[in-house]
Design a protein. Structure first.
Length: 113
């Protein structure tokens, strides 16, 4: 069973950038597709981006052109590079392998205007 730990969140001004990391334990990481989600206060959790085992990516319309998901299988890590951040990107960000049901603690991203 793979466990993922999110990190890299913080407070940033609008227009700024952050890079989130999703570090995995377990040797099967390269066999897993992974998704980033986020949950803003008072809102439902939403899918932000995903990356397949072969590196195929997909994005929510709201982040296309600003966010980039990538993976480093040697480091057992998936990244979410977030540029041109907006206040509406403020949320707790989570990563999770496709097919898994449990959630980690997430990492808080706060974008000030």
């Amino acid at each position: 069973q793979v466990q993922l730990v999110e990190s890299g969140g913080g407070l940033v001004q609008a227009g700024g950038s952050l890079r989130l990391s999703c570090a995995a334990s377990g040797s099967t990481f390269s066999d897993l597709s992974v998704r980033w989600y986020r949950q803003a206060p008072g809102k439902q959790r939403e899918l932000v981006a995903g990356i397949s085992t072969g590196g195929i990516t997909n994005y929510a319309e709201s982040v296309k052109g600003r966010f980039t998901i990538s993976r480093d299988n040697a480091q057992h890590t998936v990244y979410l590079q977030m540029n041109s951040l907006k206040p509406e990107d403020t949320a707790v960000y989570y990563c999770r392998p496709v097919g898994y049901e449990s959630w980690g603690q997430g990492t808080q991203v706060t974008v000030s205007s």
